[in-house]
Each structure stands twice: as C-alpha cells, then as structure tokens.
Design a binder for this molecule. Structure first.
Ligand code: MG
Length: 194
C-alpha cells in the first residue's frame, strides 16, 4: 500500500483564523483579501503581539473549522486503497511554548472528524520533509520538498505566486479540489485537467 501524507490546515479544513482576526480587529476581511500564508499578517505589526496573547488564551480555531468540500469522504475512500497519514505543523515560531495547545486542538479535531484514521498515523511535526510518503498533498509549496512520487498542491490564493515552471521543476502538480484528487488517485473519467 502506498503511503499518502495529507496536510490539515487549508487542505482538509479551514480553521477560523480569519474570523478570529475580524472579531478582534472589528473588520470584515474575506479570504479573497488575504494572499499571505499567515492570515494574521493583516494585523498592524504593533497590534500583533496583543492579538497573539488574546489568541492563545481564548481561541480554538478548530471549534468552527470549515471542512473543504468532499475532503472527508474522499480521504475515507482513499483510506481503503492507501495508507493515510495526517501530517500537520503546530509550532508557532513566535510563541514556541504557547503553541503546544495547537497540537491538542489539531489532534482532537482529527479524531473527531477523521475517526477512521489510525491515531498512530496522526503526525504533528514541523519537519514534514522527513516524512517518507510516496504521495503528498499540501497547500504549502515548501512542504512538498523531499521524497515523493507524486506531490499535489491544493490551489489557494497564497500559493498562486508559484508558476507552472516552478511547480514542474519540483515535480508538483496543482489541483483545485478533492474531487480532482479523487480522480487522480482512484481513477475516473474526469482526469483531463493535467
Ligand atoms: Mg496547510
């Protein structure tokens, strides 16, 4: 069985970072307004430390995380044919100690929403490049480094800056939905987007 490494944030679900920033800032930013990887980069620098204090004391962004369309059902189907690992980073370099709580939140969310995943295959790490999976699915281009026969980059505004040439150079293919991922990994008639 081939192994698939699947990222969590913005690959399986969207945690409510933007909603929390909007609540805190009294703004109404939409996802289309944000092209940086970290949503909170829209907070003025002088406010950011205060926001992080508030964030780590009050917020679980997985309480209202939104599941990406078809993600769960496709992963469940894939799990019959592939060995699935959910791999997610949790250490916030700005708050190395406080961010330990994110490991708990992520683990709890995965257990609740992906109960068919073996808990031993939930890997919380900042060193994804060490994971030796044949197939990798992530929304962050930098996480698709290293070993891998097939690397799928889930399309998001923040990763559109990478050109087709850059992706090809690293053997990465851009995909736009979980249904497309399903077609690629399980076959199907709709596989004409390559
Ligand atoms: Mg991600």
């Amino acid at each position: 069985m081939k192994k698939i490494m699947i990222d969590l944030d913005e690959t399986i679900c969207s945690p409510s970072y933007l909603e929390e920033v909007n609540k805190y800032m009294h703004t109404n930013y939409q996802y289309e307004d944000i092209s940086t990887y970290f949503v909170e980069d829209i907070i003025p620098e002088e406010e950011r430390e205060k926001f992080l204090d508030y964030f780590y004391q009050n917020v679980n962004v997985y309480d209202h995380a939104v599941i990406l369309p078809h993600a769960i059902e496709v992963i469940e189907e894939l799990s019959q044919f592939y060995d699935i690992y959910i791999v997610s980073a949790f250490v916030d370099k700005r708050r190395v100690d406080e961010s330990s709580i994110m490991a708990k939140y992520k683990y709890e969310w995965i257990r609740k929403n992906l109960p068919f995943i073996d808990p031993k295959k939930i890997i919380l790490t900042g060193s994804k490049e060490l994971i030796q999976c044949e197939i990798k699915i992530d929304d962050k281009f930098g996480n698709l480094k290293g070993y891998g026969e097939m690397k799928l980059l889930l399309d998001h505004l923040h990763n559109r800056k990478y050109s087709l040439e850059e992706l090809e150079e690293r053997g990465v293919r851009r995909v736009t939905s979980w249904l497309q991922i399903r077609d690629i990994l399980l076959g199907g008639n709709n596989n004409d987007l390559s």
